[in-house]
Write a protein that binds this ligand. Structure first.
Ligand code: IVH
Length: 642
């Protein structure tokens, strides 16, 4: 190649690399792209073509060089120029104030400021730049020596391969920064979905997924992992006098620095800022497990120094943990009021978010096989919004081989009845309607707050009542006498009287509450209210066909079928008669026809109505003493066409 051609090619290569670097920075660091994907691809393709044609002009910092060639045999070790310490943790505001007191004592004055940042839940990495070029990246390891994971880190687009020069200072010849490589929540979900599709074991959380991805020996594979980074500090001295200013400079150099950072004048403001993140962190695209609080002035870092493990100029404030690790000792089965069998994990007790956890839900058998949960496994449990924690994952690497695969049995663990799994359902069910677990469950549901709200009727008492054959269903509750209750173990005369009074009070619960309490499958509180409003009385609802039920906007085909099926069951008929005898409300208060203008008149509605839905119009007719029918006959008094 002649000198002239070489110069022209070099010029174009430089131009392309500069442009692509700029667009990478806009896209990956500032997340504000300036050109279209197609425009970007055109630049990349031109650069790739030129580099392929003139391989001698290719450079390691070219944007095309993010993925290296051959997989590694293993990682080489890197000794960190400055040890990678960790942070001392605090878990309460009081401990934060103690930290502040220590700083005050050591410095001898209150003339200091704090920088507060999010503590990103990922993997600590060190990045080394020589003359502005990324030369080495490593894991923390034991703090002194870590693994050289340069090839994998190069695949992270938000790690600059070449630094930009900040306006106010020259680039230091040698620069080492520290940061946290992580996977976003969405990236983690996507990765696990792919792994599930391919039948590979799932990662327990984004942090494990990030750690696993950085330790891949083949950087082509690492490049496919949605890794990202936030850089949170420089170890090279002399960039600036303060940490806050350093972060701005690092950002100017092209590093991705977390935007949620604040310079605060005192510990009270620090506590306030930490508090403000406790809930809002859930809205972030990535996971944080706390906040990091650092003294701003570097000269004060020097003064404060470090212990063997952690600096005295920084501390982390951890949010209450929502995950814990423990051993799954057994899987027990719970039979619900509809016969649904729910597996429950029995755990070695462990502390989580301030309480001791010994049980967790496993949802259903599909979930157990999807997560490959075995008895004896070490598992990760998590407390989300729900009260009962769930098992999120198994730590398969800790298996000993003695773990047992779990299978739902063919017969009900409570009554021995046949267990079946209806097609298209996720749960197996006990098919015996007289199963004591179902009976107890349905009685507890009947007495629950949103249903008949019968205070004092807890699981232990209901089990005793059913076990002693004092009652066989919830309608029997109303035939209980005070002396029946008082004769039971652990029941005094006073408690017995309270229960009888609560039962009496429940008779004035509204019709909608009773309807919910009947425990018709798929009929929740809202649907029960709707049905009570529209039908006004139990007979009208019992007469409704599946088709008619489905016409109601809130009632889908599944609910329509189960409601109709419930009232076709002879057992239901007997229960309702008992309830009628007891004097509970089997009709809505409004259905007592104060206005009897349609007394004994039968209406048929056809077509669409303009001011009501058809069900609403039918409800009104019933409220005013009339009847409705779906077809015209000799009994019809009025036909209302839409
Ligand atoms: S500063 C001397 N700032 O938390 C250590 N660390 O034990 C100085 N981390 O694994 C660390 N976000 O990787 C610092 N904004 C942040 C951080 C952060 C996450 C990690 C760090 C280390 C752990 C501290």
């Amino acid at each position: 190649m002649g000198n002239v051609t070489e110069n022209i090619v070099m010029e174009r290569l430089n131009e392309l690399r500069t442009q692509i670097r700029h667009h990478d920075y806009c896209y990956y660091v500032r997340t504000m792209p300036e050109i279209s994907d197609a425009g970007y691809d055109r630049l990349i393709r031109e650069l790739e073509a030129l580099e392929a044609r003139y391989p001698e002009l290719a450079t390691p910092d070219s944007p095309t060089q993010r993925v290296s060639g051959e997989p590694l045999e293993g990682f080489t070790q890197v000794t960190h120029a400055v040890p990678m310490l960790s942070l001392a943790n605090t878990y309460s505001k009081a401990e934060l104030k103690e930290f502040d007191d220590r700083v005050y004592k050591l410095l001898g004055h209150r003339n200091y400021e704090y920088v507060v940042e999010l503590k990103i839940d990922g993997v600590a990495v060190a990045l080394v730049y020589e003359e502005g070029l990324f030369v080495r990246g490593s894991t923390r390891g034991d703090g002194v020596r870590g693994d050289d994971i340069t090839a994998n880190l190069r695949t992270i687009h938000s790690i600059p391969l070449r630094l930009r020069k900040p306006k106010s200072i020259a680039l230091p010849p040698l620069l080492e920064v520290r940061g946290e490589a992580y996977l976003s929540r969405a990236g983690f979900e996507r990765l696990n979905q792919e792994r599930e599709d391919e039948g590979q074991p799932l990662f327990a959380n984004p942090r494990n997924a990030a750690a696993g991805s950085l330790k891949l020996l083949n950087s082509k594979l690492a490049a496919q992992r949605p890794l990202n980074i936030f850089v949170y500090g420089a170890v090279t001295a002399g960039l600036a006098d303060t940490h806050f200013r350093s972060l701005d400079l690092l950002e100017e150099m092209g590093f991705r620095v977390n935007p949620h950072r604040k310079l605060l004048p005192n510990v009270a403001k620090v506590v306030e800022y930490c508090d403000s993140w406790e809930d809002s962190r859930e809205q972030l695209e990535y996971e944080t497990d706390g906040m990091v609080i650092k003294i701003n002035l570097y000269s004060q870092h020097e003064q404060l120094g470090a212990t063997a493990k952690s600096p005295r100029w920084a501390i982390s404030y951890k949010f209450p943990a929502r995950q814990a690790t423990t051993k799954l000792q057994d899987i027990k089965l719970q039979v619900g009021r509809t016969g649904a069998i729910t597996p429950v994990a029995i755990l070695e007790p462990v502390e989580l978010s301030g309480s001791t956890i010994s049980k967790a839900t496993l949802h259903n058998e599909d979930e157990i096989s999807r997560k490959d949960i075995r008895i004896g496994d070490r598992v990760i449990i998590e407390k989300g919004g729900e009260i009962i924690p769930k098992v999120v994952a198994v730590i398969t690497s800790l298996r000993t081989g003695g773990e047992k695969v779990f299978q739902i049995p063919d017969s009900c663990p409570v009554c021995g009845g046949k267990v079946e799994r209806p097609p298209e359902e996720v749960a197996s069910r006990c098919t015996n309607p007289l199963c004591p677990a179902q009976v107890v469950g349905s009685i507890l549901h009947f007495s629950s707050k949103n249903a008949m709200d019968i205070e004092g009727l807890g699981p232990a008492l209901v089990e005793q009542l059913v076990g002693n054959r004092l009652i066989a269903d919830y309608a029997d509750l109303y035939s209980l006498r005070q002396e029946d209750l008082a004769a039971l173990e652990r029941m005094g005369g006073k408690s017995a009287r309270n229960v009888i009074e609560a039962l009496e009070r429940s008779k004035s619960r509204p019709f909608s509450a009773l309807l919910f309490g009947l425990g018709i499958r798929h009929v929740g509180v809202v649907a029960a209210e709707k049905l009570a409003d529209l039908f006004g009385a139990i007979e009208a609802l019992a007469d409704a066909s599946v088709i008619k039920l489905q016409e109601i906007s809130e009632v889908g085909p599944v609910m329509a079928k189960s409601t109709s099926g419930f009232f076709r069951d002879p057992q239901t008929f007997r229960i309702i008669e008992k309830l009628r005898q007891a004097g509970v409300k089997l009709a809505a208060d409004t259905s007592i026809p104060v206005d009897t203008r349609f007394q004994d008149k039968t209406f048929v509605f056809t077509g669409e109505l303009t001011d009501f839905t058809r069900s609403q119009a039918e409800g009104l007719v019933k409220q005013w003493g009339g009847k409705t029918s779906s077809s015209v006959s000799r009994k019809t008094d009025f036909v209302v066409t839409g």
